[in-house]
Design a protein around this ligand. Structure first.
Ligand SMILES: NC(=O)c1ccc[n+]([C@@H]2O[C@H](COP(=O)([O-])OP(=O)(O)OC[C@H]3O[C@@H](n4cnc5c(N)ncnc54)[C@H](O)[C@@H]3O)[C@@H](O)[C@H]2O)c1
Ligand SMILES: [Zn+2]
Length: 404
C-alpha cells in the first residue's frame, strides 16, 4: 500500500512495498513436445500467447546439437501460450560471457531488434555465467524484462539460478556490475546434467556443502553419508542434494530479512572472500565451486584455530570435501594477499567487514576482523597439504613465476 507522509512542507516521504514470489520447478526433459510444464509457466502471466526470446549457452548446444530444433518445435506445439519470433541466440558459455561487455551489447541489440517489451519474456538456458550475463541484459533492457531461468549445471540449479542476482565482471573484478532482479520463474531440468563434465558436476556440490555448514547439520550429515554416491554422481543423490541446497538458499534469501543484501552480513558467502580472489588470480583455472571448496577449507581451519570449531568437526569437513574430490588447497593460495582480498570483499559487501566463520557444523557467526597472521598460518598449512599437487592444475602459472 502506498503512503505519502507529509512530515513538513519541505519533505515528502515516499513509501511502498512490493511482494516478490517466483516458483522453482524440478523436472526432466522439459522440451519434450508433450511436456506441459514450460507452457504452463507462461500461462501464469495470463491466458494468451506470450512472446519470448531464447538465449542458450554454447556449451549446452555443443553437447545437444538438436536442442534448438527441439525448442522451436516445442514453441510451435504450444502456440496458445508462447511464440518465438526469432532464432535462439547462442551465448558463449562459461566466464567468457561475463568478461566481455560487448556480449551484453549484442544481447541488448537482439532484444531491441526483436521488439521485446516488458510484457514479453526472456528465457535463459545455461550455466551460472550465461544466466548471470543474460539476466543482467534482461534486467537493464527496458529497465527489466521478465526472465525465465533454465539452469543447466549443478551450481546453477542449486545456487546461481535460484537467487535474485545477476552480474558481469569488470576491471578484473568478479560480478562488479549487476543488479538485483528476481526471475519470473526457474525450471531446474535435471536431464541437462547428463552432459555436464565430471569436474562441473563435482564443483556444484561445493555450494551444497557450504549451505549445510552454515545452516543445516542434518543436511551435512546426509551429504556425509551419501558422499560415495555423490562422488560417483548417482542421479538420485545429485537430485536430492540439488533440491535441498536450492531450498536452503531460497529460505535464506526469502526469509533471512535481507534479500537485496543491504546489510553487511552475507552467510551464503561463507568461504567466498578468498574464493573470488582465487578465481581471479588463477584466471578461471580454478572454477567457482573449486575455489569455494578451498575457501571453505581455509575458513574452517581458521575457525578451528580460533577455538570455535572442534577438531573432529574440522576433520569431518575436510574428509567430506576430499571424498567428494573437491580441492582443499591450491598453489594460488601462495599469491593471495589476505589484507587486500579482505578489503575488496568488504567493499563488495558495503559497510563493515563481515566474515562468516563456523562455530560448529550447521552453525556460524559473523566476525568483523580477521587476524591476518593467523590466516596466513592457515594458508601455509593448506599449501603444505597441497604439496606436490601442482600438476592437478596444469593451466595455472603461479604469479611469482611470471614476475621478471
Ligand atoms: N547470480 C548469483 O547469485 C550467482 C551465484 C553463484 C554463482 N554465480 C556465478 O555462476 C558462475 C558459475 O556458474 P557454473 O558453475 O554454472 O559454471 P559456468 O556457467 O561457467 O559453466 C561451466 C561450463 O559448463 C558448460 N555447460 C553448462 N551447462 C552444460 C551442460 N548441461 N552440459 C555441458 N556443458 C555445460 C558451460 O558452457 C561452461 O563451459 C560464476 O560466474 C559465478 O559468479 C552467480
Ligand atoms: Zn558461490
Amino acid at each position: 500500500m502506498n503512503k505519502i507522509c507529509t512530515n513538513s512542507r519541505q519533505t515528502l516521504e515516499q513509501q511502498f512495498s512490493i511482494q516478490y514470489s517466483f516458483p522453482v520447478f524440478f523436472s526432466h526433459d522439459i522440451f519434450r513436445e508433450d511436456d506441459p510444464l514450460l507452457a504452463s509457466v507462461f500461462s501464469r502471466a495470463g491466458e494468451k500467447s506470450h512472446t519470448l526470446l531464447c538465449f542458450l549457452d554454447s556449451g549446452v548446444l555443443a553437447e545437444r546439437p538438436s536442442l534448438i530444433r527441439r525448442i522451436e518445435n516445442y514453441a510451435g506445439k504450444h502456440p496458445e501460450t508462447m511464440s518465438l519470433p526469432a532464432p535462439v541466440f547462442t551465448v558463449e558459455g562459461g566466464e567468457a560471457c561475463k568478461n566481455d561487455p560487448r556480449i551484453i551489447d549484442l544481447l541488448i541489440q537482439y532484444i531491441k531488434e526483436h521488439r521485446i517489451c516488458r510484457h514479453s519474456f526472456i528465457v535463459a538456458i545455461g550455466g551460472g555465467a550465461v544466466l548471470d550475463a543474460v539476466g543482467y541484459a534482461a534486467a537493464i533492457a527496458h529497465r527489466g524484462v521478465r526472465l525465465i531461468r533454465i539452469p543447466t549445471t549443478v551450481l546453477a540449479q542449486n545456487d546461481a539460478g535460484i537467487g535474485v542476482k545477476n552480474g558481469i565482471n569488470m576491471e578484473g573484478r568478479k560480478n562488479f556490475i549487476g543488479t538485483f532482479a528476481p526471475p519470473f520463474a526457474v525450471i531446474n531440468d535435471f536431464s541437462f546434467l547428463e552432459t555436464l563434465p565430471a569436474r562441473e558436476l563435482r564443483s556444484g556440490i561445493a555450494e551444497a556443502v557450504k549451505v549445510a555448514l552454515i545452516k543445516d547439520k542434518v543436511f551435512f550429515a546426509s551429504l556425509f553419508e551419501k558422499r560415495a554416491d555423490l562422488a560417483s554422481f548417482s542421479p538420485q543423490s545429485m537430485e536430492d542434494m540439488i533440491h535441498r541446497c536450492a531450498a536452503l538458499h531460497m529460505s535464506h534469501i526469502g526469509g533471512g530479512g535481507d534479500p537485496f543484501e543491504l546489510g553487511s552480513a552475507r552467510p551464503l558467502d561463507f568461504g567466498h572472500w578468498s574464493a573470488h580472489k582465487l578465481e581471479e588470480i588463477t584466471r578461471g583455472t580454478l572454477n567457482h565451486g573449486e575455489a569455494v571448496s578451498v575457501g571453505m577449507a581455509l575458513d574452517s581451519l581458521y575457525s578451528y584455530y580460533l577455538g570455535i570449531l572442534q577438531e573432529n568437526e574440522l576433520q569431518q569437513i575436510f574428509s567430506l570435501l576430499g571424498d567428494l574430490g573437491l580441492p582443499l588447497s591450491h598453489p594460488a593460495l601462495a599469491d593471495l594477499d589476505v589484507g587486500a582480498a579482505l578489503a575488496e570483499f568488504q567493499e563488495h559487501l558495503g559497510g563493515g567487514l563481515a566474515i562468516t566463520l563456523l562455530t560448529g557444523i550447521g552453525s556460524r557467526k559473523e566476525v568483523d576482523r580477521i587476524d591476518t597472521s593467523l590466516m596466513k598460518r592457515c594458508i601455509n598449512e593448506l599449501l603444505l597439504h597441497s604439496g606436490s599437487e601442482d600438476s592437478d592444475f596444469p593451466g595455472y602459472t603461479p604469479l611469482c613465476e611470471e614476475l621478471p
